[in-house]
Write a protein that binds this ligand. Structure first.
Ligand code: ADP
Length: 170
């Protein structure tokens, strides 16, 4: 399944995947970073739909339409805030990737793009986060042939290097 995982550098708001993930917060009412960028690109209807969802637990995911995005769906998932690694952060981060992929399967998505969840404002060390992300994605793909491709869309070169390294270590 390693051949179905790709690491690229880019802006996830321009993604043409069937679904993109959003590194949301538990309110699902928008925020900074990639969340703000996705809401700006999708338009105000995205926030209107998010208001109907009544938030989301850390490590879970909820789906909306993509509105003005090329992607048909947005998978909103609040990542864990890093607080040293002893507070279930890795399990919660794995839960984000797994929950998004489960929703993608349910909604018939064949391609899914993720940003680097929790490694911005939430402070998760990117090397550790990348290992959790790629191993969780690989495990899911091994038993779910309906998903043809998962991409990590990294905003900067340092983040891309961390995901490239994690994928090559798999
Ligand atoms: P979190 O709160 O989960 O840490 P952030 O949005 O602060 O989320 O950061 C998560 C990652 O998303 C960071 O690596 C950040 O550089 C990246 N990012 C920000 N804007 C975009 C974008 N338009 N496309 C892809 N990644 C982005």
């Amino acid at each position: 399944m390693k051949d179905r995982i790709e690491i690229i550098q880019g802006d996830i708001t321009r993604s043409d995947a069937d679904a993109i993930a959003n590194a949301a917060n538990t309110s699902l009412l928008g925020g900074g970073g990639v969340d703000g960028a996705i809401h700006r690109a999708a338009g105000p209807q995205l926030l209107a739909e998010c208001r109907t969802l009544h938030g989301c637990e850390t490590g879970r995911a909820k789906i909306t339409r993509g509105y003005n995005l090329k992607a048909k769906y947005v998978l909103h998932t609040p990542g864990p805030v890093w607080s040293g690694g002893g507070h279930g952060e890795a399990e919660k981060l794995a839960g984000c990737y797994r929950s998004c992929l489960e929703l993608a399967s349910q909604y018939g998505c064949k391609t899914v793009d993720f940003p680097s969840i929790s490694t911005g404002v939430y402070g998760y060390p990117v090397d550790k986060a990348a290992r959790v992300a790629v191993s969780t994605i690989a495990d899911y793909l091994a038993s779910h042939g309906e998903i043809e491709r998962v991409r990590m869309v990294c905003f900067d070169a340092r983040t891309k290097a961390a995901y490239d390294a994690a994928l090559s270590e798999l």
